[in-house]
Design a binder for this molecule. Structure first.
Ligand SMILES: Nc1nc2c(ncn2[C@@H]2O[C@H](COP(=O)(O)OP(=O)(O)O)[C@@H](O)[C@H]2O)c(=O)[nH]1
Ligand SMILES: [Mg+2]
Length: 498
């Protein structure tokens, strides 16, 4: 569920109202501008460009993150073309058609290769140039009116009572405002999701559950790189195999829990999938140990620098650029396994931080075990964890979306009879949310959610397990083993990614 969306909605409506108002004024003053002396090329461009922007806006409308920009383009250029169509001397049907076709082709290309950002860049740069040129054109017209710049000339102009200078001045202001509003056309961060969770929070099992979901519903595929050393400090194929997704799934089939990542392991998994034309990528970095105290920009910088010293082949900039990618990990594994032995800390820290910086969406895992032990120290841990997540949201900025995902919900509630998308399921989520909102640090996150999109989910990877919280509120001793993936509300997480 989305935490607090009202205020954001309010600001969006305000933005829409603003654009509509601009659009209205633009429509009103465009006719005051007039294009009496345009050349053939000028006239062509006057029809071509707006048509091109409108066709591109159709493509942008397909992507949720660029809808605002698309709306802006429609609001600005539809009225413009309409006004222009009353001026047959200037209006060029050829330009219009060619603009529509070019924009349409670019849309197709963007859809096919999911390069929506190219579309964004062309339309943003193009519309900026368009409004800039228009502003200059109007300014020249204005200056011509008061040429030859004598006080007498200006006085005469005012006395003549002509509306032209006023209209042109207003048109200039509107065009400048439109120029500034091209900021509404924002870059799209292709659905790249990074999943962060402290040790034991449920990363590995969530990875398996999401893998299951992706393969079944989203044409899923995966890539993985595993660095695993034996006790002698050599890369170990056996250990590596253990951490492959297929082996973990196979282990589950035979009733064994996947081995957890040890001190000498680091694994990176990328799940890829598609919904319609929109691709998506989930990255996981699995490791043991704690990094929560290290997620600061300075520590990231020093980790990258000390890595660079070990990898003499690369300079700092290359490491900054390539760290956190599968290909770079692969390369490190092949060429620097010896050097990196036992020194994962910098590599893991730098990879996590880089992923957090580049991903458009970040999932923060919250260990459901803390709910079981709420009265026995769990509350304290949760307070600390939400404090960290709140700080990270602040650090990483409000251009991204975030999700807080509470894992292991089966330990808390009997889920076997509750369909994932039922009202009862949503009620459980609401109940956990309310429990969390008793903590001040969680409330801080709720306040941040007024400006940043933040979501809240509860999941389990095996909904058939019976809860471990007895009616009296005491935790039962016996731990249940997970022997299958039977995901509950994991689809919501995938949904968040799109
Ligand atoms: N009951 C239950 N246990 C879970 C669930 N997800 C993870 N666990 C358990 O929590 C522990 C840590 O999970 P793991 O995925 O290895 O966490 P990681 O260290 O973040 O990779 C393991 O013992 C899992 O069996 C869940 O949805 N339900
Ligand atoms: Mg793990």
């Amino acid at each position: 569920m989305r935490i607090h969306s009202n205020r954001k909605l309010f600001f969006e409506l305000l933005a829409v109202a603003f654009v509509l108002l601009l659009s209205f004024f633009f429509f009103r003053f465009v006719r005051a501008i007039g294009f009496p002396y345009t050349s053939w090329l000028g006239a062509f461009l006057l029809s071509f460009l707006p048509a091109f922007f409108i066709a591109s806006a159709l493509g942008l409308a397909l992507h949720e993150q660029s809808r605002k920009g698309s709306f802006f383009l429609f609001a600005a250029f539809l009225p413009f073309l309409y006004a222009l169509s009353f001026d047959p001397e200037v209006f060029s049907i050829n330009g219009l058609l060619l603009g529509l076709v070019t924009g349409g082709l670019l849309d197709l290309q963007a859809l096919r290769s999911n390069s929506f950002n190219i579309l964004v860049r062309y339309t943003r740069a193009g519309s900026r140039i368009f409004f800039f040129a228009l502003a200059v054109y109007i300014l020249v017209q204005l200056l011509e009116l008061i040429y030859p710049f004598s006080i007498e000339g200006v006085r005469q102009l005012f006395e003549s009572g002509s509306e032209e200078p006023g209209n042109l001045g207003a048109a200039l202001l509107v065009v400048l405002a439109l120029f500034k509003s091209t900021d509404f056309i924002r870059d799209i961060r292709i659905s790249e999701v990074f999943v962060y969770g402290p040790s034991r929070s449920g990363k590995t099992l969530l990875l398996l559950a999401l893998y299951n979901h992706f393969v079944n519903f989203h044409h899923g595929t995966h890539q993985e790189v595993i660095l695993s050393y034996d006790t002698q400090g050599n890369l170990s194929k056996v250990n590596e195999n253990r951490l492959r997704i297929e082996s973990m799934l196979a282990e589950l089939e035979t009733g064994n829990m996947p081995k957890s990542t040890g001190r000498a392991d680091m694994a990176m998994y990328v799940l890829s999938g598609k919904r319609g034309a929109i691709p998506i990528e989930f990255s996981f970095i699995d490791y043991s140990g704690e990094y929560t105290e290290d997620l600061y920009p300075e520590k990231y910088a020093s980790a990258v620098h000390s890595l660079t010293e070990k990898l003499e082949r690369f300079n700092v900039n290359t490491v900054y650029r390539r760290i956190g990618t599968i290909s770079f990990m692969e390369l490190l594994k092949n060429e620097y396994a010896e050097k990196l032995r036992g020194e994962f800390h910098d590599l893991i820290l730098a990879s996590i931080y880089k992923k957090m910086e580049t991903a458009g969406k970040i999932i923060f895992l919250v260990d459901g075990d803390f709910l079981l032990s709420y009265q026995q120290g769990g509350r304290k841990e949760l307070t600390r964890l939400f404090g960290l997540y709140s700080r990270l949201v602040d650090l990483l900025g409000n251009e991204k979306s975030y999700a807080l995902v509470v894992t292991k919900i089966d330990k808390l509630k009997e889920l076997s009879e509750i369909p994932e998308d039922s009202k009862d399921a949503r009620d459980i989520e609401q109940e956990v949310y309310e429990l969390m909102s008793q903590m001040d640090t969680f409330r801080e996150i709720m306040h941040r959610a007024q400006k940043v999109p933040i979501y809240f989910y509860t999941v389990s990877v095996d909904a058939t397990l019976s809860p471990q919280l007895s009616n009296g509120g005491k935790t039962l001793e016996e731990q249940q083993r997970i022997t299958q993936i039977y995901p509950w509300r994991v689809g919501e997480i995938a949904q968040f990614g799109f």
